[in-house]
Design a protein around this ligand. Structure first.
Ligand code: M6R
Length: 617
């Protein structure tokens, strides 16, 4: 996720900005830059890659001044490059802007307001710099207001103007921004670690607010310019916990971030009754020609593919095969120009998946990548890309990327299904509306009382050696990811089974030492999954029908009570169509893994033997 800094005051602005950007490095970035205003001129230095590249360039040509802005970029629109790095300038270099978020209607803004403008980058942000400069007539605040009135999307913005050397204007909508208060100086950052060395007093700007930041005062207003009361907070975190936003681990931070990432992956892609996807340019005939789809991925991304199989078979009505990437390429799969191959990879660098993509292309298939990292190898080598826009995932255990992969698969399914004219339009409408509700439903699952229930359940798993997950259909796909999450961070042996398959052998392993987690979110198999859960319960009972030891937990939708009163725990997720329930079901399973690992004292963000990006075959 991009990092923003800003400074106005007597210090060496370049050093304050670079220091702040360094403190935001943990957020992940692919390029960095700063702009400093002095003598009616804005100077910009920006470079692709490590912050060291920027530092080295500035060491040769330092920028002097007492007002400036800086940015670490995590690419969304446009490859990582010097040109696409922020800050961006207006056409005459009067306005400089840094931005975190996504301007959804940037193409519309270009076509409507900025015809004839020449852009130096491929970013959505440069459009904002051009708009502000176009609207500027001596009143910077008014120009920003006019710009915000036509922009849709999410943003944290800092704006600097050559004619206004004593003021920075900041605003935010659904992207974080903090103003740090000093004595005769003020600081701006997307996150508090960037300012902890200078101040602990700050104003957390609310979504939809603007602030005029001067050396000696900060004036917060609403969009209409009405002055708001400044609410000053004291930062109590140390530098390390500040990086994690006050959470003890990146994993739990990233689990909570899903409220925002659900929004981000949908951002600008749902239009009233249909889906639009950038970077995809296919004709109806091409899509109609596909006679099968392969999904190729590893680990968590493979589990997203298992859900994707149901999604794409329903929306495209052609067979979908899901393959573990390390197996796929050695299997001589039946691929030709009538095959679509979808490769899924958070990092975009997983060697097995990359080789799978290459194999598929060589065989003549179209390759569509779903990835989180713009400019990654898989993104570059594929024919089409759908980005997750989930921001960097730091914890080794993938959480927010997984759920964004699922949402991307729904969008892809409806997009291609529509093109081929195979989608049930009423179902599409219902699903699109339900997808839009996901962010608020994620927030419901993450409410404190629901979390406490999971914390208590996790305490029961501390000394467990084996744990079983069961489900049917999409729920089976969901529990496979749930089991992987538990294994990789808590080191408990967990197995995920198709609920109806247990009786063919694995039931022999069930005893009062093996807790069971049963996911039953599909109406058409609910009763069957419950019966299978009962089969397991009865293997856990003693001769008096009592169960001592292992516990049974079921995950259901609100109001869908399990039949047996022997079930120990029921976790409810908010009501949603069965078809999209995997997205919400993922969250409690992630939380169970997290709190169990926490109870067991494991190294959650860096589990033993594992790496975040697996670049060896
Ligand atoms: O970056 P990728 O999505 O290609 O990574 C694939 C797997 O290595 C990854 O999902 C792994 O299984 C995670 N550690 C699971 O949490």
């Amino acid at each position: 996720m991009c990092g923003i800094v800003g400074y106005i005051g007597p210090r060496d602005t370049q050093e304050v900005l670079l220091d702040g950007l360094e403190k935001l490095e943990y957020r992940g970035y692919d390029s960095a830059g700063i702009a400093i205003l002095a003598d009616h001129h804005i100077s910009v230095e920006k470079h692709r890659g490590e912050l060291a590249n920027l530092r080295n360039a500035l060491a040769k040509h330092p920028l002097k001044g007492h007002i400036g802005i800086g940015h670490t970029r995590w690419a969304t629109h446009g490859q990582p490059s010097d040109q696409n790095a922020h800050p961006h300038l207006g056409p005459e270099g009067k306005i400089a802007v840094v931005h975190n978020g996504i301007i959804e209607n940037y193409q519309y803004l270009k076509d409507t307001y900025l015809q004839g403008h020449t852009f130096k980058s491929q970013t959505d942000t440069e459009v904002v710099a051009h708009l502000i400069e176009m609207f500027y007539d001596g009143d910077l605040f008014a120009a920003v207001q006019r710009t915000l009135a036509v922009v849709t999307g999410s943003y944290a913005l800092v704006v600097m103007c050559v004619d206004d050397p004593d003021e920075l204007i900041v605003t935010r909508k659904n992207s974080p921004l903090v103003i740090g208060l000093g004595e005769g100086e003020n600081f701006i950052a997307s996150d508090v670690p960037a300012m902890l060395a200078y101040t602990r007093r700050c104003i957390y700007l609310e979504s939809g607010e603007l602030a005029r930041v001067y050396r000696d005062k900060v004036v917060v207003t609403d969009l209409a310019g009405n002055v708001q009361k400044n609410i000053v907070d004291e930062i109590e975190w140390d530098a390390q916990s500040a990086e994690k936003g006050g959470y003890p681990h990146f994993m739990i931070k990233e689990i909570y971030e899903q409220i925002a990432t659900f929004q981000q992956v949908l951002s600008g892609r749902i239009h009233a009754d249909h889906v639009e996807l950038e970077n995809i340019d296919l004709s109806k005939e091409e899509v109609e020609r596909w006679d099968k789809i392969y999904i190729v991925a590893c680990g968590t991304a493979y589990h997203a593919g298992l859900v994707g199989k149901t999604i794409l078979e329903k929306t495209l009505r052609i067979p979908v095969f899901v393959e573990v990437a390390s197996e796929f390429r050695y299997r001589d799969p039946m691929i030709d120009e009538n095959t679509l191959v979808i490769v899924i990879s958070q990092s975009g660098e997983t060697a097995d998946t990359l080789e799978g993509a290459r194999e598929a292309k060589a065989a003549g298939a179209k390759v569509l990548a779903i990835t989180n990292v713009v400019g990654s190898s898989i993104a570059r080598e594929s024919d089409m890309v759908v980005y997750l826009w989930a921001g960097p995932e730091i914890s080794v255990a993938s959480t927010k990327a997984y759920t964004s992969m699922l949402i991307a698969l729904y969008l892809i399914g409806f997009y291609f299904g529509d093109l081929a004219g195979r989608v049930d339009l009423r179902k599409e409408q219902e699903t699109l509306r339900a997808l839009e509700k996901l962010p608020e439903q994620a927030a419901e699952i993450l409410e404190q009382d629901r979390i406490q229930q999971i914390v208590d359940i996790a305490k029961e798993y501390v000394d467990v050696e084996d744990l079983f997950y069961i489900g049917r259909g999409m729920d089976w796909a969901v529990v496979q990811e749930g089991a992987l999450k538990l294994k990789e961070i808590s080191y408990i042996h967990a197995e995920a089974y198709a609920a109806g398959e247990l009786k063919h052998g694995t039931l022999a392993l069930i005893s009062n030492k093996t807790p069971v987690i049963s996911v039953a979110l599909q109406e058409k198999t609910f009763d069957k999954t419950m019966s299978n859960t009962e089969e397991m319960l009865s293997r856990m009972m003693d001769e008096n029908g009592d169960i001592s030891g292992a516990r049974v937990l079921v995950v259901v939708k609100e109001g869908h009570k399990p039949i047996s009163d022997k079930i120990h725990h029921v976790i409810e997720i908010p009501d949603c169509p069965d078809f999209i329930s995997p997205v919400l079901a993922a969250i409690p399973l992630q939380l169970i893994a997290y709190f169990t690992a926490l109870e067991r004292g494991c190294n959650i963000d860096k589990p033993r033997n594992l790496a975040k990006s697996v670049t060896v075959e």
